[in-house]
Design a binder for this molecule. Structure first.
Ligand code: KG4
Ligand code: ZN
Length: 381
C-alpha cells in the first residue's frame, strides 16, 4: 500500500460543514470549514433541522473548495473519509450520503471515522506538522467539546489504534456548560470563546464553585469500576450554581440589558463588552472558567497519575480555551507529562482531523461498504 495516501475528509456531525485533504495522515494540504454560527445564534444553540439544511447547502462548495485549495483533481484522491458518528442524526446523514455517492462515482475506497477519534488525531496531525517527535506511551486523551467530555487511554499496535474509556461526563459536556452559562448570562453564542475572552477581566476566586466527587458513585459505575478506576465528570451542577447566583445577586435586569445590546451589536469590542458587563458579572465569568479548568485538570491529571501517563493529548472545542492551555501546560511540567494540543482551528470541529484519522484505516485497508450509515451514538473503542 501507498503509505502517503491523499485522503479527502468530510465532517458534518454538528454545526460545521467541513472538508480537508491530508497526505499520509500528517501533511495538511487544505482545510475548509463553513461555520453555521450565524444560523444558530438567534436560538442560542444548535437547531438540528437547521443544521441539516445548512449542511445540504454547504457540502458541495466546501468539498470543491478543499480540492481546489489542495491544488488537486478529484482523480488524484486515494480515498474518501467521512464522520460516521457520534453526532446529530440528520447532520451525519448529509455527510455520509455525500461521501458514499462521491466515493462510488469516483471509484475510490470509503472510510468511516469516529468523530471523537478525529478529535484525538487532530493532536497527532498537529504534532506531525511540527516535526512529529515519537509519542511516548502510555498516552491519555482528553476530548472536551460541546458534545463530549471523555478520557481514553489510547494504544497503538502497528498502525492500529484502540481506545479504553476511563472517564466520561455523567450529564453535561464541558462545552455545554460553557454554552449554557453564557446563555444564562446573556452572552453571545457559542459561549466558550466569549467566556474565554471576558474571563481575564474578572477575579477567578470571587465565586467558589465546587464539584462533587463521583468516584464509583452509582451502581452502574460500581460495575464499571471493577474494570479499573474511573475518572468521571459532571457539569450540570455548576449550571444550577450559576443560576442560583444570578437569582440571589439579582442580576436579571443587567442580563436583559446585555441581551438587548447584543441584538443590535453582535460583535462588541473589548471596551463595549466591559461596558455591558459589570464587575460582578466579570467575576462570575472568571470564576466559572477557573472552576471548570481546575476540575477538568484535576480529573485528567488524577487519571494520568494513576496510569503512569507520559503524554496527554487534549482536544475538542474547549481545548481552544486559553486558561485551560496555560493551566494544563503548567500541571504537565510539574508532573513530567507531555501535553499536546492541536492549534485552535484544529481544536474545534474540522475535517482535517477526519482525513488524518482515516490514514491508519487506509494502511490496514479498513474500508466501509456502501451500507455505511450515520450512527448518532457511536462509541469509540
Ligand atoms: O469540538 P467542537 O467544535 O464541537 C463539538 O464536537 O461539540 O466544540 C464546540 C464547543 C462549544 O461548546 C464551544 O463553546 C466550545 O467548544 N469552545 C470553547 C472555546 N472555543 C470553543 N470553550 C472554551 N473556551 C474556548 N476558547
Ligand atoms: Zn467535535
Amino acid at each position: 500500500v501507498n503509505t502517503e495516501p491523499l485522503i479527502l475528509g468530510i465532517e458534518s456531525s454538528c454545526d460545521e460543514t467541513a472538508a480537508a485533504v491530508v497526505r499520509g495522515g500528517g501533511e495538511l494540504l487544505s482545510s475548509v470549514v463553513a461555520s453555521q454560527i450565524p444560523t444558530h445564534t438567534l436560538y442560542g444553540g444548535v437547531v438540528p433541522e437547521l443544521a441539516s439544511r445548512e449542511h445540504l447547502r454547504n457540502i458541495v462548495p466546501v468539498v470543491r473548495g478543499a480540492i481546489e485549495k489542495a491544488g488537486l483533481r478529484y482523480a488524484d484522491l486515494d480515498a474518501i473519509a467521512v464522520t460516521r458518528g457520534p453526532g446529530l442524526a440528520g447532520a451525519l446523514l448529509v455527510g455520509v450520503s455525500f461521501a458514499k455517492t462521491f466515493a462510488w462515482a469516483l471509484g475510490k475506497p470509503l472510510i468511516g471515522v469516529n468523530h471523537i477519534e478525529g478529535h484525538i488525531h487532530a493532536v497527532l496531525l498537529e504534532a506531525a506538522r511540527n516535526g512529529g517527535a515519537a509519542l511516548e506511551f502510555p498516552v491519555l486523551a482528553l476530548v472536551v467539546s460541546g458534545g463530549h467530555t471523555h478520557l481514553y487511554l489510547a494504544e497503538r499496535r502497528e498502525n492500529l489504534w484502540s481506545y479504553r474509556e476511563v472517564g466520561h461526563t455523567r450529564d453535561d459536556a464541558a462545552g455545554e456548560a460553557f454554552d449554557k452559562t453564557a446563555k444564562m448570562l446573556g452572552l453571545s453564542y457559542p459561549g466558550g470563546p466569549v467566556i474565554d475572552r471576558l474571563a481575564r477581566f474578572g477575579n477567578p476566586r470571587a465565586v467558589p464553585f465546587t464539584f462533587s466527587n463521583l468516584k464509583h458513585a452509582d451502581r452502574n459505575h460500581r460495575e464499571l469500576g471493577k474494570l479499573g478506576p474511573r475518572f468521571d465528570f459532571s457539569y450540570s451542577g455548576i449550571k444550577t450554581a450559576v443560576l442560583r447566583h444570578i437569582e440571589v445577586q439579582e442580576m436579571r435586569e443587567s442580563i436583559e440589558r446585555r441581551r438587548a445590546f447584543l441584538m443590535t451589536h453582535p460583535k462588541p469590542t473589548d471596551g463595549e463588552w466591559q461596558s455591558i458587563c459589570d464587575a460582578h458579572t466579570l467575576d462570575l465569568i472568571a470564576s466559572f472558567q477557573f472552576s471548570m479548568v481546575r476540575d477538568l485538570g484535576n480529573r485528567a491529571f488524577a487519571a494520568a497519575s494513576e496510569f503512569g501517563v507520559r503524554t496527554l493529548l487534549v482536544s475538542g472545542g474547549v481545548a481552544a480555551n486559553s486558561a485551560l492551555r496555560e493551566s494544563f501546560e503548567e500541571r504537565g511540567r510539574r508532573s513530567h507529562c507531555r501535553i499536546l494540543f492541536p492549534s485552535r482551528p484544529l481544536s474545534t470541529d474540522n475535517a482535517a482531523m477526519i482525513a488524518s484519522a482515516a490514514c491508519s484505516k487506509w494502511l490496514t485497508q479498513d474500508f466501509a461498504g456502501l451500507e455505511l450509515s450515520g450512527e448518532a451514538n457511536l462509541a469509540l473503542r
